[in-house]
Design a protein around this ligand. Structure first.
Ligand code: ZN
Length: 214
C-alpha cells in the first residue's frame, strides 16, 4: 500500500479538484463537479486518476495501473508482452529486426530439471547490425554484465568469456538464424530475481524480461 502513496500524491497534484472533492465530500461539494451524483462516488475523471482515487476510497476496483506499478518495483516489468509458451520444459521465443522479443517473461515449471530456450531471429538484418541472443543473469547483475558484454565485442558475440554471472546464454545470431541453450533449472531457483536479455549493445533496454521458476 505504501507504494501507492507517491502515485496518489502525483494524481492529486494533477487532478487537484477531483481528489480534493473526494477527500472533503462530507463537508463540501466537489469543486467543479457538474455531474448530478454525490462527490463521494467519484465523478468521471481521466483514467490516470481513477486508480489512486479508488485506493483512497476502499478496495481497488480498477484493474491494472496501480497494481502493475507496484509490481514493477519488485520484479522487472514484462513490457506488457505475453509470457513465453512452455512445451516439455522448453520454449521458443522470437526476436525481430525491430529490436524486440515477442515475449515479455518466461516462467519455468518447477517440475523441470533442465530447461531449453530456443531463440529464432525472424528478421533479415545481419548479426553485426541487429544481432540477438538470450543471456540469463540475476537481475542485479544485468547492468554490469550488459556493459561488459558490449566491451567484449562482436567477435566474442558480445559475451565476456568465463563470466560466472552469466547463468546461460545462446550464441549471438542474425536474421533467419536460430540458436538454443539448455541449463539446469536449479540455477535459477534461488537467489533471484533473474532476467533474460539481449547482450547486443543497446538492446537490453527493450529486450529484457523476468525469468522465474514456478
Ligand atoms: Zn539484440
Amino acid at each position: 500500500m505504501n507504494l501507492k502513496m507517491p502515485a496518489l500524491v502525483v494524481a492529486c497534484t494533477l487532478v487537484l479538484s477531483a481528489c480534493g472533492g473526494n477527500n472533503q465530500s462530507e463537508n463540501a461539494p466537489a469543486p467543479g463537479a457538474t455531474a448530478p451524483m454525490p462527490a463521494a462516488t467519484a465523478p468521471a475523471m481521466p483514467m490516470t486518476a481513477a486508480p489512486a482515487t479508488t485506493a483512497t476510497a476502499g478496495p481497488a476496483a480498477m484493474p491494472g495501473t496501480a497494481g502493475t506499478s507496484a509490481m514493477a518495483s519488485e520484479t522487472m516489468a514484462s513490457n506488457g508482452k505475453p509470457a513465453a509458451t512452455i512445451n516439455n520444459c522448453s520454449t521458443e521465443i522470437e526476436a525481430s529486426d525491430a529490436m524486440q522479443y515477442n515475449v515479455g517473461s518466461i516462467v519455468v515449471p518447477s517440475s523441470c530439471t533442465n530447461f531449453k530456450i530456443t531463440l529464432k531471429h525472424t528478421g533479415k538484418l545481419p548479426v553485426a547490425s541487429m544481432g540477438h541472443d538470450v543471456v540469463i543473469t540475476k537481475q542485479s547483475d544485468m547492468q554490469a554484465v550488459d556493459q561488459e558484454s558490449a566491451a567484449a565485442g562482436l567477435d566474442n558475440g558480445y559475451i565476456k568469456a568465463d563470466d560466472s554471472r552469466v547463468i546461460a546464454h545462446t550464441k549471438l545470431i542474425g536474421g533467419g538464424e536460430t540458436a538454443s541453450v539448455s541449463f539446469p533449472v536449479s540455477k535459477i531457483k534461488d537467489g533471484g530475481p533473474f532476467v533474460f536479455f539481449c547482450s547486443f549493445p543497446g538492446h537490453s533496454a527493450l529486450m529484457h524480461g523476468p525469468i522465474s521458476v514456478q
